[in-house]
Design a protein around this ligand. Structure first.
Ligand SMILES: *Cc1c(COP(=O)(O)O)cnc(C)c1O
Length: 370
């Protein structure tokens, strides 16, 4: 049996006609950049994320970059974030000339530990970027409390977390900015790159709209230096079609997560495999990441041979990346993140995964450990 980590072809078959219809519409219009399809998506995402404003951009990475630019963060500034995330989170901080300041993660939630933030705040700290890793929100109440007390901007990296909730609030609606990605492997993926920024503030919304067109307002009059951070009409039209299925897909992911937990118990694997921490908040399972006591890489190779796709998110925490060497971090600085990098493995969780496929994955894990 073959169980890929993600099966986008299966999903495409279920929505093909609708996608082809809107794609044709965009082609006939020959209106490719921003425009009505982008605006329609911005309104729909703003509503979905319980935010007054949303601004479509070129990728999740650019969503982070443009948010930092709108918050006027740059040279000499420090931004606190987690070392256990996709590179773009810290890459964006460095690209505006600011310094990423890492803080370790907390236990099995894999998100930034709020208790460790305050001791890293200095005169230069301007912002915090919590990441809602794998689809589960970071512990936002203490983070917002710290941010308010120190007048820091909060940029939620919600690239993996569209629709997830923290105490009934949607990801992206809690901080000053919410950054989302439409990379194809995210829960709401485009047919290429794309992203969106949500915000509570009319002023930030205006800034984001100006910055994404090289800082010009009106056209060819540049008040500030922005960039080309525009979203394609074609991607917006496709994402808009997919948005109405998102909740149903998320429910399937949640059902699959529940099923994994049940199968682990039934197979006596619950002493070996640590599934993601169960929380009351809504987890959207962009990834279902388990933690294993040892032999993670051998397990991964074994599953690959059995036709099962897995992935390690992420094998090298950011403080140990070569490009951040000049920041002076050492192995041992963030033990929880370093431990997670050694032990975690993402299993297939996509909505179209069948019961048979799931049972096969668990059976193979069991065979490996017994
Ligand atoms: C995917 C991702 C990004 C970047 O999004 P792109 O659209 O690929 O640029 C940023 N942060 C996190 C946590 C991500 O998972």
């Amino acid at each position: 049996m073959r169980v890929p980590l993600l099966d986008l072809k299966g999903q495409y078959q279920t929505i093909k006609e609708e996608i082809l219809t809107v794609a044709k519409e965009v082609f006939e219009s020959q209106y490719f950049i921003l425009g009505p399809h982008v605006q329609q998506l911005e309104e729909a995402i703003a509503e979905y994320c319980q935010c007054p404003y949303a601004v479509g951009v070129s990728s999740g990475t650019d969503a982070l970059l443009i948010s930092l630019m709108a918050a006027q963060i740059g040279f000499g500034d420090e931004v606190i974030t987690t070392p256990y995330t996709f590179f773009a989170t810290a890459g964006a901080i460095a690209r505006v000339g600011a310094t990423p300041v890492f803080v370790d993660i907390k236990g099995d939630a894999y998100n930034i530990d709020p208790a460790l933030i305050e001791s890293r705040i200095t005169e230069r700290t301007k912002a915090i970027i919590p990441v809602h890793l794998y689809g589960q929100c970071a512990d936002m109440d203490p983070i917002m409390d710290i941010a308010r007390r120190h007048s820091l901007v909060v940029i939620e990296d919600a690239a993996q977390a569209i629709g997830s909730e923290y105490k009934k609030k949607r990801a992206g609606s809690i901080g000053d900015f919410g950054c989302f990605s439409f990379f194809p492997s995210k829960n709401l993926g485009a047919f290429g790159d794309g992203g969106i920024v949500t915000t509570q503030s009319r002023e930030y919304c205006d800034l984001l709209q100006t910055l994404r067109v090289h800082g010009s307002k009106p056209k060819y009059f540049h008040k500030m230096i922005g960039g080309n951070f525009r979203l394609d009409a074609l991607q917006a039209a496709i994402v808009f079609v997919k948005l109405k299925y998102l909740d149903a897909w998320t429910e399937k992911r949640q059902a699959n997560a529940k099923q994994y937990r049940k199968l682990f118990r039934e197979q006596g694997l619950d002493q070996i495999i640590r599934p993601p921490q169960e929380v009351e908040d809504l987890h959207i399972y962009n990834q279902f990441v388990v933690s294993v006591p040892d032999k993670r890489d051998e397990l991964r190779a074994y599953l690959t041979d059995a036709g099962i796709g897995t992935e390690v998110y992420y094998p090298v925490p950011l403080h140990l990346q070569e490009c951040f060497g000049p920041l002076g971090y050492r192995r041992g600085d963030f033990p929880v993140a370093e431990d997670a990098a050694q032990r975690t493995l993402a299993l297939p969780i996509y909505p179209e995964l069948s019961d048979e496929q799931q049972a096969y994955v668990v059976e193979k894990i069991k065979t490996f450990y017994t």
